[in-house]
Write a protein that binds this ligand. Structure first.
Ligand SMILES: [Zn+2]
Length: 591
């Protein structure tokens, strides 16, 4: 039985003194230089395309091995200097790779008949979608004479602002009851069972932002300003168009989703007001109680050892398909997972793919709650998604953000439904509350973030926003989204300083994919419920094809029309029913 609960990275390199690292780095540089030469050699188009796309596969393989080794090491040990140095070298070199990718788009963009070349080559047929997207990219490439300069300027501009943002966030201390504690520790108190702890921590958190609000606002203004410049250079009409283009998604899909979400907001407000009532509030939920734990009287939530969590996941996922159960067992046994929190290890959880090895690595901070088991189910869903893409050319494995959460949400839903069906009333109430608390974030809060970011960008076209303007827009967004669900006097005007998602240079509107992923995953689960075991192969094929088509086409492969408001309504109905049941159970058990 496996006893070491750290992950094994030796499949990549033996250590930072492994001579293979320098060999691979040199090989990577050569491959990029050679591919550039080939693109400019003026040879036969078919021969060039085949050779360059082959080279790209190897470039991805090497940069993924080097990048994964550095970033995964850092995730588990933030102070590892050798890993940081390798990361910096790779970041600097990434400009060269980006220039090469753009050169390929331009090359393909100028080909008179890409389709007939694809028809002639078995090799190119396998990556046809990638090549056609590259052709579409060509219309959005910068002029070659400014491209490398723009990218290098971004390293010292938007990217530097994003780094500063992370440092401000990581080093801010909060004066909590006379003691200085990290911001993350103060925010974690939002989950504390003691109401006074939650309130004090919230007030201390809000007060602490005054120390960093000016540089934070400068970071946000700098990044949004750069994005506005970039879309001009890349010929997009708007930043949202750019994000949708990069997500393989169309505006009709996004609009349909927001229409259904706006319709469902009143239901979520009912849940929030009921939660407020349970906690003794008359005027909606105060912000500091959004994450307050609620349990029926006399109910003690279960806790799990990691071995129990492993067995539970194997048992539940095997019911969907025994292959997934075996896969999860193997992931534990083969040390794919770094399980427990420790000093210097990053918080939260994620899954990283090692496509060339047909493996994944999962980081979690397991503490034994049901929510921690659910997090493992989520991350192992990502790992299963990666497994389903095994053997594909690497360029066909990039699931766009909106589809990237399909397998993770699906697994969470499987686990949650299994737990619900075995639960008595008291446990159901607790499970429902946990589920609705999180879903309120991915639906209601995400909608507020979308509104806020839209307004910031519109205003930024005219002038840089002051701290006061940012706070005002955030409160306005919370009003439109949460409405009377939240106490109007106790909201969070600094959420823009708290969430890192506004500060991504390459991907603005890093919010709608969360709502999409949640509701799409639930929609896929509904298909499984309707079709039973015959859905399993369709599901695995859906996951396999996430990087091989436009979002609407991939969804259509399992009979889902993401452009129809009704599809989104049907997913939201699942939560409407949960809200009704939560309110009924609360009235019965908490009165
Ligand atoms: Zn995820």
């Amino acid at each position: 039985m496996c006893k070491d609960w750290t992950w094994d990275l030796s499949v990549l390199y033996r250590g930072f003194d492994d001579p293979q690292i320098e060999k691979d780095f040199a090989a990577l540089q050569n491959l990029v230089a050679d591919a550039k030469t080939q693109l400019n050699a003026g040879k036969d188009a078919l021969e060039t395309l085949e050779a360059v796309t082959d080279a790209f596969e190897n470039i991805r393989k090497l940069s993924s091995a080097l990048g994964s080794f550095a970033s995964l090491t850092l995730a588990a040990d933030a102070s590892n200097e050798a890993a940081q140095q390798l990361m910096d070298r790779l970041m600097n070199f990434s400009v060269q790779s980006s220039v090469l990718y753009a050169a390929l788009s331009r090359y393909i963009g100028e080909l008179p008949d890409l389709d007939s070349l694809i028809e002639k080559s078995e090799k190119l047929k396998k990556i046809a979608f990638y090549l056609r997207r590259k052709k579409a990219d060509a219309a959005h490439e910068m002029a070659p004479e400014i491209e490398e300069w723009m990218m290098r300027m971004s390293l010292s501009g938007g990217e530097a602002f994003a780094n500063l943002r992370d440092k401000l966030d990581a080093t801010l201390t909060v004066d909590y009851r006379g003691t200085q504690i990290p911001l993350a520790a103060a925010r974690a108190k939002a989950y504390d069972p003691d109401p006074q702890v939650r309130k004090d921590a919230y007030e201390a958190e809000l007060a602490s932002y005054a120390k960093i609000e000016i540089p934070m606002a400068a970071c946000l203004n700098g990044i949004k300003g750069e994005s506005l410049t970039l879309i001009e250079a890349e010929h997009f009409d708007s930043i949202l168009d750019q994000s949708l283009f990069n997500s393989n998604m169309d505006r009709a899909t996004l609009d349909a989703m927001w229409t259904a979400i706006r319709e469902a907001l009143p239901e979520f407000r009912k849940y929030l007001r009921k939660k407020g009532e349970i906690l003794g509030h008359k005027n909606g939920l105060p912000f500091y109680d959004l994450f307050a734990p609620i349990a029926a009287p006399g109910y003690v939530p279960p806790s799990f050892t990691i071995e129990e969590a492993r067995q539970k996941l194997i048992a539940e996922m095997s019911k969907f398909t025994p292959d997934m159960g075996k896969f999860i067992d193997h992931a534990f046994e083969d040390r794919w997972i770094d399980v427990f929190p420790r000093e210097g290890k990053g918080g939260g959880a994620f899954c990283a793919e090692l496509h060339a090895l047909d493996q994944s690595r999962v980081l979690t901070n397991f503490a034994g709650s049901f929510s921690d088991v659910s997090t493992l189910a989520h991350e192992l869903g990502h790992a299963w998604h990666n497994r389903c893409m095994a053997g594909l050319p690497a360029c066909m494995t990039n699931a766009p953000m909106p589809l990237a959460e399909t397998a993770s949400i699906f697994n969470e839903t499987l686990l949650a439904n299994a737990a619900m069906s075995a639960a008595d009333k008291k446990e159901r109430l607790t499970l429902l509350e946990g589920n609705l608390m999180e879903t309120t974030q991915t639906i209601v809060d995400i909608y507020s973030r979308f509104l806020f970011e839209s307004w910031v960008i519109e205003t930024r076209k005219d002038h840089t926003l002051s701290v006061a303007e940012l706070k005002e827009l955030m409160l306005k967004a919370q009003e439109e989204s949460y409405g009377n669900g939240l106490d109007p006097d106790i909201r969070h005007p600094y959420m823009w300083a708290c969430k890192s998602h506004y500060y991504s240079v390459g991907f603005a509107f890093y919010n709608f994919p969360y709502a999409f992923g949640q509701l799409f995953g639930v929609g896929v689960y509904a298909q499984y419920k309707a079709q039973g075991a015959s859905f399993v192969p369709k599901y695995n094929q859906l996951l396999r094809s996430c990087g091989s088509g436009m979002v609407a086409d991939v969804a259509a492969s399992v009979g889902i029309d993401v452009r129809s408001v009704d599809f989104w309504r049907s997913s939201l109905d699942v939560y409407k029913k949960q809200i009704e049941e939560f309110i009924a159970l609360a009235d019965e058990l908490m009165a």
